[in-house]
Write a protein that binds this ligand. Structure first.
Ligand SMILES: [Zn+2]
Length: 149
């Protein structure tokens, strides 16, 4: 079974985390009416934790090092994890690889940054974006918001 992994059998923990994340969606959906509000709050908190962990650990590791030896299994995992994240894994991959390629670059006026997630991209004055602007813009994955005004 562990021969299916391309790099390390320990990637099974990341795969299982994504499976648990998906399963928790179904648990909450199917038992929503039967669960008391403290359980719903606890499960909601767990889902938020799993979202963050999935983006930072599972999806991030997967886009750099696809887990499986077989492309069809990597594609199947990508589809499943896309459903769990509510966003195409492929979009995250190309956005994130752009970030690594240009590494939070500083714009050379009049040009924009090449890193689409650079913290300098939408700054009103030379330097980094203000924290509020940066946070607000980060809510849009592809950073399509207009510069802060
Ligand atoms: Zn990375």
């Amino acid at each position: 079974m562990f021969e299916m992994f391309a790099h390390s059998w320990k990637d099974i923990w990341l795969v299982l985390l994504s499976v648990v994340h998906l399963a928790l969606f179904f648990v909450v959906a199917f038992f929503f009416d039967a669960l008391s509000w403290p359980w719903l709050v606890a499960l909601g908190g767990l889902l938020v934790f799993l979202y963050c962990t999935n983006y930072q650990c599972v999806a991030h590791n997967f886009l750099h090092n696809p887990f499986f030896k077989w492309e069809w299994l990597n594609n199947a995992f990508s589809v499943m994890n896309s459903m769990v994240l509510g966003m195409p894994q492929t979009l995250y991959k190309y956005h994130h690889l752009n970030h690594h390629q240009f590494n939070n670059d500083v714009p050379e006026p009049p040009a924009m940054t090449q890193d689409r997630s650079s913290t300098f991209r939408h700054a009103r004055t030379p330097g980094r974006e203000e924290t509020f602007c940066c946070t607000r813009c980060s809510a849009h994955f592809a950073r399509t918001c207009t510069p802060c005004t």
